[in-house]
Design a protein around this ligand. Structure first.
Ligand code: NZQ
Ligand code: ZN
Length: 386
């Protein structure tokens, strides 16, 4: 097992009707900006719950943060923060609203000229404006981690940021919010959370027995509850296990002491930036090709995953490892997720070259757990995913 340090300061308030506890978590002298997305919270009752929980707290609102949070919209929110001397942020939404809020938390205290530099500068944010979260959709784990991904439509870029100053102070997780989520987003959430585990697991054996079993237990739980919530999102037992699995998949715990990959996300973000494909679907497009291409480097963990998650007991280590890739792709397909880029866009020719060039220009010359994937490898992997 590798050496590690672990600190996650986010307070989780989990369970039925917990949104009502909101005001207890926000300092009474705070001036709050409540941030939300395109309006789903006004239809499903979450907005009303938040409003009544905030009685006695001084707040204003900013709605309209789109999926794949857009830089230009966030700049409008930043102006609201500055003009109104806001001291505390509250994200009410899924990964996009939470990530947008993390960007604003950093940008509100940023002293440079252009906030976009936070995304290109490569410096971690060590101090941000404090913020809390009311999670409306499980998927990303953003509610209990310090990372964010921001989109710039003008330049067709999607870049990551983060740092120890960007953990939410608290996150309220009421699994009942799942009842209003459309099937497409539920399927996305399952796929995203499952792939988060894969990114931190599908590398090479590192003698981290407990981390492997944490990761496997999250994947097993997701596989067990996925059909249940897709059939009936009001199944509270399934919903609560689903929500907690998504959070645990990316709150830092399972990546401690082990190598991690994250190349699937790096390539996937480019497909969202170029074609607007939902985040989770980009992962389902890239992952099978990535595992095929890096078969030799990953075959031991692929085989372990085949045995423990998919109960593949027959054949050689290689046979099991191949079966693992097939089973994973089938799992995505079975939920209605296409795993080829050509199913999402007709103009896919040339995508591999564009992405490889972007990585070269950014100096991303070594991806994956061995930091060995060059832009030429990225080009091959993306082409395999056409
Ligand atoms: O905008 P509204 O109207 O609220 O509708 C949203 C949005 O259209 C809707 N929705 C959310 N909660 C709902 C609901 N609809 C009905 N009922 C509810 N209770 O769902 C749509 C998608 O929301 P979004 O927040 O975009 O989805 P998700 O949580 O999947 O977040 C995706 C974003 O997170 C980033 C992705 O790249 C993408 O930009 N990620 C963030 C990560 C992190 N910070 O750790 C890690 C991930 O790998 C990912 O990159
Ligand atoms: Zn993801």
């Amino acid at each position: 097992m590798n050496n590690f340090e672990f600190k996650n300061p986010t307070k989780i308030i989990f369970g039925k009707d917990t949104i009502a506890k909101l005001a207890d978590e926000i300092p009474s002298d705070a001036k709050v900006l409540v941030l939300y997305g395109g309006g789903s919270i006004k239809k499903n009752g979450i907005y009303d719950q938040v409003k009544s929980a905030l009685k006695g707290i001084e707040y204003i609102e900013f709605g309209g943060i789109p999926a794949n949070p857009e830089y230009s919209v966030l700049l409008d929110a930043l102006k609201v923060i500055k003009d109104n001397a806001i001291t505390y942020l509250l994200a009410v939404g899924g990964g996009s609203v939470i990530d947008g809020t993390k960007f604003l938390s950093a940008a509100a205290l940023y002293e440079g000229d252009t906030p976009w530099d936070i995304l290109t500068g490569g410096k971690p944010t060590l101090k941000g404006m404090p913020f809390g979260v009311v999670l409306t959709m499980p998927a990303t784990g953003s509610e209990m981690n310090s990372g964010a991904v921001i989109t710039n439509k003008e330049t067709k870029e999607k870049l990551g940021m983060g740092g120890a100053g960007l953990f939410p102070v608290f996150s309220i997780l009421d699994p009942q919010v799942i009842t209003s989520i459309p099937q497409r987003q539920l399927v996305n959430g399952i796929t995203d959370a499952f792939t988060h585990v894969l990114e931190q697991y599908m590398t090479y054996p590192a003698g981290a027995l407990l981390q492997d079993r944490f990761a496997e237990s999250i994947m097993q739980t997701l596989l067990e509850v996925a059909p249940k919530i897709l059939k009936d999102a009001s199944d509270y037992d399934a919903a609560s296990n689903y929500m907690w699995s998504c959070t645990m998949a990316l709150n830092g715990l399972i990546q401690k002491g082990v190598p991690t990959d994250w190349a699937v996300h790096a390539m996937g973000h480019e497909l969202t930036a170029l074609y607007g494909i939902d985040h989770a679907r980009t992962l389902a497009i890239i992952a099978p090709s990535h595992y095929q291409y890096n078969f030799e480097a990953k075959k031991e963990k692929l085989a372990q995953y085949a045995e423990r998650i998919w109960n593949v007991t027959e054949g050689t280590l290689e046979d099991k490892a191949y079966a693992a890739i097939e089973k994973t792709e089938h799992f995505f397909n079975q939920m209605g997720i296409e795993t080829k880029l050509s199913k999402y866009t007709d103009t896919y020719e040339g995508t591999a070259e564009i992405i490889a060039k972007r990585f070269t220009d950014r100096g991303w010359l070594g991806l994956g757990e061995h930091k060995s994937l060059k832009p030429a490898d990225v080009e091959s992997i993306v082409r395999m995913a056409y």
